[in-house]
Design a binder for this molecule. Sequence first.
Ligand SMILES: NC(=O)c1ccc[n+]([C@@H]2O[C@H](COP(=O)([O-])OP(=O)(O)OC[C@H]3O[C@@H](n4cnc5c(N)ncnc54)[C@H](O)[C@@H]3O)[C@@H](O)[C@H]2O)c1
Length: 358
Amino acid sequence: MQKIRVGIVGAGGMGEVHARYYREHPDVEVVAVADTLVEKAYDFAGRWGIPKANVFSDYVEMFDQVRVDAVSVCTPHAVHAGPAIEALKRGIHVNVVKPMASTGSEAMEMYRAAKESGKVLMVCFHTRWSPELQLAKRIISSGSLGEIYYGEATLGGRRRGIPGWGGRRPSFITRDMAGGGVLLDLGCYVIDNFMYVLDHPKPVTVTAVTASAIGPQREAVVEGVWSWDPSLFEVEDFVAAFIKFDGRLAILLKESWAMHANTLGSSFLLGTKGGLKFSPFELYRDEFGYMSTSTFTLPQVDVYGEAMRAFIEAVKRGGPPPIDPREIVIEMFIMDAIYESAGKGKEVEVKIPSMLFN
Ligand SMILES: NC(=O)c1ccc[n+]([C@@H]2O[C@H](COP(=O)([O-])OP(=O)(O)OC[C@H]3O[C@@H](n4cnc5c(N)ncnc54)[C@H](O)[C@@H]3O)[C@@H](O)[C@H]2O)c1
């Protein structure tokens, strides 16, 4: 079998992660890289055995000049859609890091391009392979929680953890690069985690607040934390959103990159017959006439490796992608509604194109 030839767009932190997993796979070779910071792309090429002739500052030139079967898009959020759509139009499979894009409409264009090309478009939500989520999904689909009516979704929040890479890389904190802050960076995980375990309930309305409370303050870059450049900080560092779904399910999402508190708590779900809490995982039920609390011994899994291997297998089969991109486009429209509600200061509808439900 001929090896799958992969190109990488974005030679930063996640580009490195993708290159490493591809190199570990016997059926894949990384043959090209593009980064607007071309010196960085040359260093990257040196580390991963990519010929100098296949290093580009422009991903369009990379696609023009090097034959690739698949591409990993590892650029800042607002730069995901461009290279992904360009690749799909040329019949190249796409593995894009989370979040899918910076808006629902960009994500929708990516989905359309994938549908038209018939190629694999995977948003690399490695968390889908987490044993904790797999267990939650198994418990929920067995019906043991009864009807789920409320949940809170958070990774717990960071007291200070703005991804600013020492002020050197503004990928996550400027409007043009990131398009949004902690919601797009971390909120996308909690939304996908909950949508996945709850089997993709239909979102209806959202009421949200966001704040850019700590990020712009120079004195908030204290000793011993990830540092960033407060003068470049243009996005939100806090979000809280109350999302109502079809039926009586409601979810409160909370996330923070920086706050004056240690934690926003844990994610949990309440059902009529049982409840569960994440990280550490506990299942709450009434059993044998008593209240019971169950814990589980979960395996250690290299979840990112699982996601990368699933992408490679999908490319080898010629599809379908391991994660249906429609699910992720819907999640992007939930995030659009969160920003819209926060901007308008009132409840808004989650507007989702009907073709995503067919
Ligand atoms: N576990 C995960 O799934 C995970 C973890 C961290 C980051 N991410 C995602 O990965 C993305 C990148 O994050 P990162 O930490 O690697 O950032 P980074 O700043 O380290 O790397 C981004 C790279 O993209 C390059 N770039 C910017 N515009 C470009 C363009 N038009 N063409 C080519 N290259 C361009 C930048 O020069 C930079 O080298 C983000 O969307 C982030 O959310 C995913």
